[in-house]
Write a new protein. Structure first.
Length: 88
């Protein structure tokens, strides 16, 4: 997905530190509970090694678009860091 969206030569998953939770909400206008979904919690990290040059315009569009469901409610936000050392 990242390879296609950012126009990269190759994307390799390395490691992740993620926490999953169940999310739901209530729509006051409709007086109805929204569907329950599983999602990745804030603060989770997924590390990839990339090959290729990132086009800044594609990156900005990708960040603005977000990923996943319920983006209008603040889900699907992420950041891309140039380098991060992760260890257990």
């Amino acid at each position: 997905y990242l390879k296609e969206k950012l126009g990269l030569e190759n994307v390799i998953y390395e490691e992740a530190f993620i926490d999953i939770d169940t999310f739901t909400s209530f729509n006051n206008k409709w007086k109805y509970r929204l569907p329950i979904i599983d999602g990745v919690k804030s603060g989770s990290l997924i590390k990839y090694r990339i090959k290729g040059k990132i086009n800044i315009d594609k990156l900005i569009n990708f960040i603005d678009e977000g990923i996943g469901e319920r983006k209008q409610e603040g889900f699907g936000r992420f950041i891309i860091l140039p380098n991060i050392k992760m260890s257990v």
